[in-house]
Design a protein around this ligand. Structure first.
Ligand code: SF4
Length: 239
């Protein structure tokens, strides 16, 4: 274990007892304009946007516009921009990479195989993420432990080996879904209209569907794959 890993582990123990706002405050104080919220404007992300806007309106928030997002996502982004008067940074995929991918494999390649789906996520999400990440030393995410089998061991602060060893903050790591929605209602936070149509987790339009009662909250994401493969790479762990 490196010195930095030891420090972060100790810090994670300290931040575990802190509120989400305290974790955000710590991150912004420590990293200034070298930290940003990566937001896809799902329920957890709008909670974080609300908290960040109340702590520091100039704090950075970026989103990855894959080109395949549902219209409802653009609508909530507009509502948020207007309500809080904050700037959202958009990062798009590389045009040439998208053209090459679609020219060889078609526009809906992701349904054909896990490999194709990962290629699409790499081109449309990871490429823009890499560019966004090159401008920060730390990022803030809306991950919660109870969201998926791939997320049960996340800490409020950790080293993100997948993204170049940057610091990753998960202020809502120990939150329940109930807490998220209580916060949204209590603070009148704009949220994605798809949540009211049984979409608990929202990504690109062709890879997201509504879930049935009793289904896992991530069941509507890449529903044709097994749970173990269902990460787009943004939050994958290095083996
Ligand atoms: Fe492509 Fe679907 Fe991944 Fe979006 S979620 S980048 S459409 S495979």
């Amino acid at each position: 274990m490196t010195v930095q890993q030891q420090d972060v582990k100790k810090l994670a123990g300290e931040l575990e007892r802190k509120s989400a706002q305290d974790v955000i405050q710590w991150g912004i104080g420590e990293y200034k304009n070298k930290i940003a919220l990566a937001s896809s404007f799902g329920a957890e992300d709008v909670v974080l946007v609300d908290m960040i806007a109340k702590i520091d309106k100039s704090a950075r928030i970026f989103t990855l516009d894959t080109g395949r997002l549902p219209q409802e996502t653009y609508e909530v982004i507009e509502k948020i921009r207007k309500k809080y008067g904050i700037n959202i940074e958009f990062f798009f995929p590389d045009t040439k990479a998208v053209e090459e991918m679609e020219n060889t494999k078609g526009p809906d390649l992701f349904y054909d195989s896990v490999e194709n789906r990962k290629l699409c996520c790499n081109v449309r999400k990871m490429g823009p993420l890499r560019r966004a990440m090159s401008s920060v030393d730390a990022w803030i995410c809306g991950l919660r432990r109870e969201q998926a089998v791939t997320r049960t061991d996340i800490m409020k602060v950790e080293i993100d080996e997948t993204n170049g060893g940057k610091i990753k903050l998960n202020p809502l790591a120990d939150w329940t879904e109930k807490q998220v929605w209580e916060y949204i209602k209590k603070n009148n936070v704009p949220y994605n209209a798809l949540h009211d149509k049984n979409y608990p987790s929202i990504g690109c339009a062709p890879c997201t569907r509504a879930i049935e009662p009793g289904e896992d909250v991530r069941a509507g994401r890449w529903w044709w794959e097994s749970p173990e493969t269902k990460e787009c790479g943004l939050h994958a762990k290095k083996k």
